[in-house]
Ligand binder design. Structure first.
Ligand code: GLU
Length: 313
């Protein structure tokens, strides 16, 4: 059976750009009879807001998206909130320690900034210089709270064929370097949590923003190290403002909660998203997200960024 997921991070309000990605995940799943799971990714950020989980659930429902499992309705893969799944991340970490795939790293961001080599990809941190990498799993650990666990990236070409972006390849050791899979607090990083959860929940189709393509190589490396089967990926272009920069506060307030409060009908956003995904032409509109399931086709989606002037909504 195939399964997809909606994975909001409750670090703040969900906005128009998120809406488009969630709608795509929903249309793709419903069109192909894929189970859809809602998972709240509240573990890897100091920016988690207590109110944002409930708000994200309300935003998704308001858009007309529904799901088969989630924190609000339960299901066979519960719990659906990452902070309630810590045991699973610890077990995976233990497996990686035993396989000598990780090492405790006491370096600070500054240390790495100073000694690391220039990042290979835009927006990535410098490549880890290997300072702590000689540790072996029969050696003692540094003091609790002073280290994070870092994964030894594989020195081989990793490839995947993205549903939207086509063939992708990268050598994680050379182009990304060893990367952290926990914080110094011991909490798992996004990379570890997302792999453990997607594997445990049987996710076969991942639809998310194309800013995560580089992370996918780290995640594929973890999949192989943990012996899991990776899903299929569809990385969708991000939504940009008129200046072609990623949609953000400077482009105006595009929070879905604000749209709701101001009485904007969800069908306006659904229609905009559907037009931008090639599912409707400029004169067509719909009343609800579900009307587009039958029309959905990946090959109608353009690979280039989507530009919106929020004022036009
Ligand atoms: N939680 C992430 C976000 O909201 C998505 C991560 C993923 O889809 O893998 O940006």
């Amino acid at each position: 059976m195939t399964a997809g997921r909606l994975a909001p991070s409750p670090t703040g309000a969900q906005h128009l750009g998120n809406a488009r990605t969630y709608l795509l995940a929903y249309w793709a799943a419903r069109k192909s009879n894929t189970r859809l799971i809602l998972r709240i990714e509240d573990i890897d950020s100091p920016r988690i807001k207590p109110w944002a989980t409930q708000q994200a659930i309300e935003d998704l429902s308001w858009l007309g998206i529904d799901w088969d499992e989630g924190p609000d309705i339960g299901g066979p893969n519960a719990p659906y909130i990452q902070t309630e799944r810590r045991e699973r991340y610890r077990a995976a970490l233990q497996q990686l320690i035993e396989a000598d795939r990780v090492f405790p790293c006491t370096c600070s961001r500054k240390d790495i900034q100073a000694a690391g080599s220039a990042p290979h990809f835009e927006h990535e941190s410098p490549i880890y210089p290997g300072t702590c990498a000689s540790w072996k799993n029969n050696q003692p650990l540094p003091a609790e709270g002073t280290y994070s666990w870092r994964f030894r990236a594989s020195d081989l070409e990793m490839k995947f064929n993205d549903t939207v972006c086509g063939p992708q390849a990268c050598n994680p050791a050379q182009h990304l370097g060893a990367f952290p899979i926990t914080q110094k607090s011991g909490d798992p990083s996004y990379q570890l949590a997302v792999v453990v959860d997607d594997a445990a929940m049987g996710i076969t189709e991942v639809v998310r923003g194309d800013d995560l393509i580089v992370s996918t190589f780290r995640q594929l490396d973890l999949y192989h190290a943990l012996g899991y089967t990776p899903p299929r990926y569809a990385h969708v272009p991000l939504v940009c403002g008129p200046d072609r920069r990623r949609l953000a506060k400077r482009h105006g307030d595009t929070r879905l909660s604000l749209c709701r409060e101001e009485g904007l009908p969800a069908s306006k956003i659904v229609t905009w998203a559907a037009r931008s995904c090639g599912l409707l032409d400029e004169h067509q509109s719909v009343r609800s997200a579900s009307e587009l399931i039958e029309r959905f086709q990946w090959n109608r989606l353009s690979r280039s960024e989507v530009v919106i002037d929020p004022a036009t909504l």
